[in-house]
Ligand binder design. Structure first.
Ligand code: X5A
Ligand code: ZN
Length: 683
């Protein structure tokens, strides 16, 4: 369906005209290098170019006051002295004779993107704009921002595209207080922001940037702040917040549109953020949002002041929007203590508003700890590191360049009985050579026993060959209709070359013993009963009282358990197995298929029982990279299910730190909460 890229180099044509160290990082080159990197990598050529336009007064007034607009309108005619005086009224911002023009283009670019996505001209897209927007307020410029591009876009989508619910994800490292103020009491716009805070000592030093600002009136619960109280946060910290705060709430909210305030000052090397997350993490953050709102995602540039880190991060975001599954992120050691405190605080203050968080522990009774964060390297990342030679002021931070993502020549291959038609855009898989006598004998001996069934031998051979080609990255992903999913899973886990295989076993039915015994295989079993003893860290039985037909419960388990486990495990191959009679709803099945493609560089093989041909077409479309349909707003998960998830988390979190939602020294009280809850029920 396409990815829009909205850009115009006119927006590079303003700059700081006087000396002001605070404003120095916001330079025209930010936009130039970002766009150039997209062009040089070939990504820009894959996008649908969408022209910018100037915003109208009416659009600006969706968020800003007439007086403020009239003031900014005069700036093109001011001399240097007047500009400096005008600038003086506001904090950490500068004006230039051409900035009003650029600010109108920045809004217009954002609205063009929203129009393209909401009308279905493209699936998603990115707008590269200057000036940024998220700090500007009704009557104020602030923090390099003149007009609030993303806030205006949210109002515009509601007004002109009848969006009922808009999710704004602000991953810039500063708090977009302008957006927060704009939607404080508005339940139709859910604003999420993480930001460097350091207990209010970091700019903009606002009390209302803390986790306990949740929105007011009808909008209570629709403002989510995750303050970072330490610098040096890395990939695990960012993912932990997505898994345990943002994504469950976002899925419960069920937006019609996702706007990303995409600032990249949250990436490693940025002089403002001082964080350690590598540029490839933005590929994952993007991917994790891409199945919300039926895939309608608009990313709009905000900050980002290290030109290298910025350009790489922009490329990672756009490449993912284009549908290339991200490579596995490095450095997933688990979140640090300070990050876990932030996760815990956000979850506990929002538990009364979101049923997905109803089981979160209570707020900490005492003050949050002020222990120093683990050194950046503990996360495994390369930085921040000094190059040794530089002045104390200008330390060079180094990190490895993100890996090239080599697209295999075949995206999706299907292994189907001859009678079943191949889905559009997919290839029917047929290996160059058929099974030789050795392979045939082997398959017969181990998997077909006495059977003389030549058709099955060929089929089993085909799926092994398919996985072989996926492992060589000649094929991205696939789907196989097989007569017996258990046999196929046993075969593939025993013959796969991948060091690690993640098996997602969906439905009621035993996991073959051989699969469970294999220590290079992590099995996540989602069903209405857990037939196996749950002792191993490699067997994770997730039970849902209502079985796989329980969309809410399964989604909660997928976000809070399956994804963290999968990311930490870092499989080379994902086997998604749909057992016969599995009642997982179609839209849910597609969400699962979509989300799992963030693992194993997109190497997913879906196994479906032979007679369930109905799911072939839709699953194939999802494997081809099409967005899953929205699930709408989700209701509350069953309390018994949530309790069993919590018990599972408690059992597994030492082995799989990405499952943690609470800092270690606070965990005892968390455990107590769960156990006392259990006791209440048994008494
Ligand atoms: C958009 C953005 C940062 C302003 C920092 C002022 N603004 N100290 O990243
Ligand atoms: Zn910023």
């Amino acid at each position: 369906m396409g990815t829009a890229l909205v850009y115009d180099d006119e927006m590079t044509k303003y700059k700081l005209l006087w000396v002001d160290p605070v404003c120095e990082p916001e330079v025209p080159e930010r936009l130039q290098v970002s766009h150039q990197a997209l062009v040089r990598s070939g990504l820009a050529g894959c996008c649908v170019p969408v022209p910018v336009r100037e915003a109208t007064d009416e659009e600006i007034l969706l968020v800003h006051s007439e007086e403020y607009l009239e003031g900014v309108k005069k700036t093109p005619f001011m001399d240097l002295e007047d500009l400096m005086a005008f600038t003086q009224q506001y904090g950490d911002v500068y004006f230039h004779p051409n900035i009003y023009h650029c600010a109108k283009l920045a809004i217009g670019a954002t609205l063009q993107l929203v129009d393209s996505v909401m009308t279905g001209k493209v699936r998603n897209g990115m707008a590269l704009v200057r000036p940024p927007g998220h700090h500007s307020q009704t009557s104020q410029a602030n923090g390099f921002c003149v007009f609030n591009n993303v806030a205006i876009a949210a109002q515009y989508a509601k007004k002109h595209h009848r969006a009922k619910r808009v999710l704004i994800v602000d991953w810039d490292i500063h708090h977009g207080q302008g957006i927060q103020y704009c939607f404080e009491d508005d339940p139709s716009v859910l604003y999420f922001s993480w930001h460097r805070y350091e207990h209010q000592s970091f700019w903009p030093n606002l009390r209302e940037s803390d986790f306990d600002s949740v929105g007011s009136g009808k909008g209570a619960g629709f403002n989510i702040n995750v303050p970072w109280n330490q610098v040096g946060m890395g990939n695990s910290d960012y993912l932990a917040v997505f898994f345990h705060v943002l994504l469950p709430v976002a899925y419960e909210f069920g937006p019609d549109l996702v706007l990303i305030s995409a600032g990249f000052d949250s990436a490693i090397g940025d002089p403002e953020g001082l964080m350690c997350a590598t540029p490839d993490i933005f590929a994952h953050l993007t991917h994790l949002l891409m199945n919300l709102a039926g895939g309608k995602v608009c990313a709009v540039l905000e900050g980002g002041y290290n030109l290298t880190s910025l350009a790489q991060s922009v490329c990672q975001t756009v490449q993912t929007l284009l549908g290339d599954p991200p490579p596995h992120p490095a450095n997933l050691g688990g979140p640090c203590e300070s990050a876990l405190e932030s996760v815990h605080s956000a979850r506990s203050v929002h538990k009364k508003y979101w049923s997905c968080l109803q089981h979160a522990a209570a707020p900490f009774p005492e003050e949050p700890s002020t222990k120093t964060c683990r050194p950046a390297q503990q996360d495994g990342s390369q930085g921040p590191q000094s190059n040794g030679g530089g002045e104390a002021q200008k330390e060079a931070i180094v990190w490895p360049e993100p890996l090239q993502r080599d697209a295999p020549s075949v995206r999706t291959a299907l292994v189907l009985p001859d009678a079943v038609a191949c889905a559009d855009g997919c290839e029917r898989f047929s290996p160059a050579e058929g099974p030789d006598s050795m392979a045939t004998a082997g398959l017969r001996k181990h998997f077909l026993k006495e059977s003389e069934d030549g058709v099955n031998v060929k089929l089993l051979y085909n799926i092994t060959a398919l996985v072989g080609q996926m492992e060589k990255n000649e094929i991205r992903n696939g789907l196989a209709l097989v007569p017996d999913v258990s046999m196929a899973t046993t075969l593939l886990t025993s013959t796969s070359l991948s060091k690690r295989v993640l098996v997602v076993w969906v439905g009621d039915g035993l996991v073959p013993a051989q699969v469970l015994e294999d220590e290079k295989t992590l099995v996540v079993h989602i069903s209405s009963t857990a037939p196996h003893e749950a002792q191993s860290k490699y067997y994770v039985p997730i039970t849902l009282k209502q079985g796989c037909g329980d969309t809410v419960g399964l989604m909660q388990a997928a976000l809070g358990l399956l994804l963290p486990l999968g990311y930490q495990y870092a499989p080379g191959l994902v086997l998604l197995v749909r057992l016969p009679g599995c009642r997982a709803r179609e839209d849910l099945w597609l969400q699962l298929t979509g989300l799992l493609q963030g693992l194993a560089a997109g190497h997913t093989l879906v196994l479906v029982q032979e007679n369930e041909t109905a799911s072939v077409g839709i699953t194939a479309s999802c494997l081809l990279g099409n967005a899953a349909p929205s699930l709408g707003s989700l209701a509350a998960p069953g309390p018994e299910d949530v309790e069993s998830f919590e018990r599972l988390r408690l059992r597994l979190q030492t082995d799989w730190p990405l499952l943690q939602t609470t800092a270690p020294d606070k965990r005892r009280s968390n455990t107590d909460v769960v156990l006392s809850h259990d006791n209440e029920k048994t008494l």
